[in-house]
Design a protein around this ligand. Structure first.
Ligand code: PMV
Length: 332
């Protein structure tokens, strides 16, 4: 990479959806929480006009110059993995009305294609770091809306939930197209994430639900509505500090997601293992089809649930709430 004098770095958190995924695409509410896994992006100026992107966690790199892509490492899939990052950079340059070459370094401790919002966290951090380097003051609202544009290139009809929570942090009830309002949760939400290690495509799963809805509207529409109602009841349970109620609602939500065809054998195995080990509730999180599930636990059951998820073949991680959202800093 070429030398430069100015650098900016930003971090942005991953997320879990407590309830409401898929229904949220159809304007039903969902509850989402930012967690303590982060993406980090460092951006520095180049002396030429190229945009060089290297993603450490994806193991790919490449360079965009005069509309052409030149592969660094990572084979045929590299370009499609790097394109959303390039779009985030270009949209920020456009907004700042600047033309310049940049090196973009991505690092992340968020599992990829696992339902934890890795692509949105990378987009949010990329935009914030690029904005800082260009000395353009970007509001959170602006960062969030540019990230949404980048997310659209990852899957066709994102609800915007991932870029939203990654920008603002905390826990909230999200409604597509509405403004951010934090949720006052009285309860301490302790979650164990179980990763099935099966990767999947959010776009395909969202399309599957759309097709099912079109084929059987009278059956599927009430399921989607019921999921929205779960989110409203779960928000009340959180505000009242009623974790047992929240757990029950999560279980019902998993059943409805199963009915929509977005669970998988691996997810179900982890969900049942966590419930048997004493979780208050367990469900898939994100698009499903593989990826991750979450188990709501009390402190005394945490270790037991973690072990049960591991024994059932998953990777178990503890998830804590991240209140800060996107953070950015500059190095001279
Ligand atoms: O991409 P994931 O797995 O984090 O899922 C996002 C949640 C969905 O509701 C399935 C899609 C969306 O855009 O809201």
């Amino acid at each position: 990479m070429e030398e430069s004098t100015l650098k900016a770095t930003a971090s942005a958190p991953a997320k879990i959806i407590l309830c409401g995924e898929h229904a949220v695409v159809f304007y039903e509410p969902a509850i989402v929480m930012a967690i303590d896994k982060q993406a980090y992006v460092t951006v520095e100026a180049r002396s030429d006009q190229a945009i060089y992107i290297k993603s450490r966690n994806l193991g790919v790199s490449g360079r965009y110059e005069r509309g052409r892509f030149k592969l660094g490492v990572g084979g045929g899939a590299a370009k499609s993995k790097l394109d959303p990052i390039r779009i985030a950079v270009e949209k920020t340059l456009e907004l700042a009305e600047k033309k310049m070459g940049l090196n973009v370094l991505v690092d992340s401790d968020i599992p990829v294609a696992a339902g934890l919002g890795s692509s949105a966290a990378v987009a949010v951090a990329t935009i914030a770091a690029t904005g800082k380097l260009l000395e353009t003051s970007l509001s959170k609202e602006k960062i969030c809306s540019i990230a949404y544009e980048a997310e659209k290139t990852v899957h066709e009809q994102p609800s915007g939930i991932d870029n939203y929570i990654s920008t603002y942090g905390g826990i909230t009830i999200f409604r597509r197209g509405e403004k951010f309002t934090p949720l006052e949760a009285r309860a301490n939400v302790i979650l164990v994430i179980g990763n099935t290690k099966v990767s999947r495509s959010t776009g395909l799963l969202v399309r599957h639900v759309s097709e099912l809805k079109e084929a059987y509207p009278k059956v599927i529409n009430p399921i989607i509505k019921a999921i929205g109602r779960i989110s409203v009841s779960a928000a009340n349970a959180l505000q009242d500090g009623e974790l047992k109620r929240l757990g029950e609602l999560m279980n019902v939500n998993h059943g409805l997601l199963y009915a929509l065809g977005v669970s998988s054998e691996e997810l179900d195995q982890l969900v049942y293992a966590a419930r048997r080990a004493g979780a208050l509730g367990a469900k898939l999180t994100g698009a499903g089809g593989g990826g991750c599930m979450i188990a709501l636990v009390t402190p005394d059951k945490l270790e037991k649930v973690r072990r049960a998820i591991r024994r059932a073949g998953g990777i178990a991680m503890l998830a804590k709430k991240n209140d800060r959202g996107v953070q950015v800093w500059e190095e001279k």
